[in-house]
Design a protein around this ligand. Structure first.
Ligand SMILES: C[S@@+](CC[C@H](N)C(=O)[O-])C[C@H]1O[C@@H](n2cnc3c(N)ncnc32)[C@H](O)[C@@H]1O
Length: 241
């Protein structure tokens, strides 16, 4: 069951739309969705402990991270001449990667199959855009769809770079993922990922980028053309033919 606590004062209309969308959603575990004028929170009980995930595109930590110019995500999703203007994010999730790309000038269309996550994402992009109208939020657009169906219906997509960040496979060690990730895992999962990747390779105009854990096997066992590494993750880049 999903409980909803709406505490908005200014963005009442947008919040009402989110409440309306969320009202019909029944996650597998009991959860509470908190909505206020600057962020959303999702809370549940994990292993007997209360856990919450709070998200907004104006959180100082995320804004600071978005400003870092040298990160591998930016190198992977653009070329040296910076001519890849349009990104299609097929696994939007909480939209953090898309936000970083949008803050560096790319137009990002974000597709998310989970209805609760897509509705929250849309709310967060809209409230952030209202508060800072000239900023990167204007370059982010959210679509609630299954990406495989989207690509099948739109084979000639208008995107220079197609981006995929599948949910990471379970870690071999007994270490549990962070609470944020556990909450995300309670809500959603990868759908059609192998087929989606194959279709993305077929449709992409210039490149497909896949985010992976540093030592995970490549998706569909296909060798990338370029790899950009960070401490715990890497970005596999597949260049268009
Ligand atoms: C690891 S999260 C992405 C995190 C995101 N990159 C970020 O920065 O917040 C993966 C997301 O992909 C979504 N997803 C998985 N398969 C999908 C599909 N076939 N179509 C659309 N979304 C999908 C999941 O619902 C989940 O929200």
């Amino acid at each position: 069951m999903l409980k909803i606590a709406n505490h908005t004062h200014y963005h009442k209309q947008l919040a009402r739309r989110l409440v309306e969308q969320a009202r019909h959603i029944a996650p597998e575990a009991d959860m509470t969705l908190g909505i206020n004028d600057s962020e959303i929170s999702l809370c549940s009980v994990i292993n007997g402990q209360h856990a919450c995930y709070t998200h907004s595109f104006t959180q100082p930590r995320l804004v600071k991270r978005a400003k870092q110019k040298n990160q591998a995500l930016l190198k992977a999703c653009n070329n040296k001449k910076q001519t890849l203007h349009r990104v299609l994010d097929l696994t939007a999730g909480w939209g953090k990667d898309s936000f970083i790309l949008a803050c560096h000038g790319q137009q990002v269309n974000m597709i998310e199959q989970n209805n609760l996550i897509a509705a929250c994402l849309n709310y967060l992009v809209e409230i952030a855009g209202l508060e800072q109208p000239d900023d990167c939020y204007q370059r982010m657009e959210v679509f609630h769809r299954n990406s495989l169906q989207y690509l099948q219906q739109n084979p000639t997509i208008d995107a220079d770079c197609v981006y995929l960040d599948p949910m990471f496979p379970a870690h071999k060690s007994s270490a549990k993922p962070s609470k944020d990730l556990q909450l995300l895992q309670m809500l959603t999962d990868n759908q059609d990922m192998e087929l989606l990747f194959a279709k993305a390779l077929e449709c992409a105009r210039h490149r497909v980028v896949v985010k992976r854990p540093l030592h995970a096997p490549t998706l569909n066992d296909i060798k990338p053309d370029i790899v950009y590494r960070e401490k715990t993750i890497r970005f596999d880049v597949y260049l268009g033919k």
